[in-house]
Design a protein around this ligand. Structure first.
Ligand code: ATP
Ligand code: SKM
Ligand code: MG
Length: 187
């Protein structure tokens, strides 16, 4: 078994979680830029590796296959990299192994958006998210509610209601820098 090495707080990957379309990709990119870190978007990297869009991966190989490669990739990032900003796909954090890997090695931020605000964003999202296609608003709301339990396991939560991506990214950066400035006094 691999020995657990405690990662210094300043070097931990920052992971963004939350429901489809809350802004993980958009805001993650900005946070990475502001902290001079590399950015990893798990969905985009899987699409590159598989050389096809996620909707086609779902169509050709099924959701279970997608979840398997998604989990393996995230566990690998969490255990073998540092100093990254990582945006997960919206459903990744539902997997227990993903949650454990993130919470043991990284700083996990939940991007929170109310259902009412999310509904306004829905038209932007439906095209590229296979899980939203052919679902009624009631079914999507049920999924939104059901997932909140898993998302509640995080290190910090940022509300994104009525805030532009720059403002949310600044809030995350400030919050991270605040934790970095706290240290044990010399006795
Ligand atoms: N704070 C915000 N205010 C308004 N629009 C936003 C905000 N954040 C993101 N958006 C818009 O919402 C859409 C979805 O954003 P994004 O792709 O970043 O979400 P995501 O959380 O990464 O979704 P997924 O879980 O599917 O990966 C994009 O069109 C983006 O421009
Ligand atoms: O919420 C989800 O289950 C998903 C969200 C997207 O980021 C993609 O990972 C995929 O469309 C599945
Ligand atoms: Mg995304």
């Amino acid at each position: 078994m691999k020995e657990h090495v405690e990662i210094p707080l300043r070097e931990k990957n920052i992971v963004l979680i939350g429901f489809m379309g809350v802004g993980k990709t958009t805001i993650g990119q900005l946070v990475a830029k502001k902290l001079y870190r590399d950015f990893i978007d798990v969905d985009q990297e899987i699409e590159k590796k598989q050389n096809m869009p996620i909707s086609l991966i779902f169509q050709k190989f099924g959701e279970d296959y997608f979840r398997k490669i998604e989990k393996e990739y995230i566990v690998d990032i969490c255990t073998n990299t540092r100093l990254k900003v990582v945006s997960l796909g919206g459903g990744a954090y539902l997997q227990e192994e993903v949650r454990n890997a993130c919470l043991s090695n990284c700083i996990v931020f939940l991007l929170d958006l109310s259902w009412d605000s999310w509904k306004d964003r829905m038209p932007l999202l439906v095209e590229n998210r296979p899980l939203l296609k052919e679902k009624s608003m009631e079914e999507i709301e049920k999924l939104f509610i059901k997932r909140q339990n898993a998302y509640s396991l995080h290190n910090s939560k940022v509300s994104t209601n009525n805030l532009d991506p720059e403002t949310v990214a600044d809030e995350i950066v400030n919050s991270v820098k605040l934790t970095w400035s706290i240290y044990e006094p010399n006795q």
